[in-house]
Design a protein around this ligand. Structure first.
Ligand SMILES: [Zn+2]
Length: 136
């Protein structure tokens, strides 16, 4: 079984991460060939599926292992929560307000630069900070 899990996690083309249920225990399988920032993002995404208790459709690999396949609604929730787990709103807000660059923030959270830019944009961080500067 260890060999099968290793195959799923490392040798599957375009594989990022997935929740597998192995003998009743949830496990996050991720592709260790991706960059550390990408791995962390993928793990947070899968953790979000677990926290949201997304059941998904179970793809039975064999008697011991099944994989979860999620619908588009679940994917949106996991995308949002996974990103929030990786880069919390209050944290990015304070770092930007302190004048740190997106590159520095990426370093702090072990995240990719596109993830930091996504969080800055979707949370309107820069707009909110410039508004705070205007009202003071
Ligand atoms: Zn997903």
């Amino acid at each position: 079984m260890r060999q099968q899990l290793r195959w799923i996690a490392n040798d599957t083309i375009e594989f990022s991460a997935i929740v597998a249920i192995v003998r009743g225990c949830k496990m996050i399988l991720y592709n260790a060939n991706n960059s550390p920032a990408r791995q962390q993002s993928d793990i947070m995404h899968e953790l979000a599926h677990i926290l949201c208790e997304h059941k998904g459709d179970c793809l039975q690999l064999n008697s011991d292992i099944s994989l979860r396949v999620h619908n588009a609604g679940h994917e949106q929730e996991a995308k949002w929560l996974g990103a929030a787990l990786q880069i919390p709103e209050q944290g990015i807000f304070e770092h930007v307000r302190a004048g740190r660059s997106s590159e520095e923030i990426a370093q702090i959270y072990g995240a990719s630069l596109p993830m930091v830019i996504y969080r800055r944009r979707i949370l309107a961080i820069d707009r909110r900070i410039s508004y705070l500067k205007q009202v003071r």
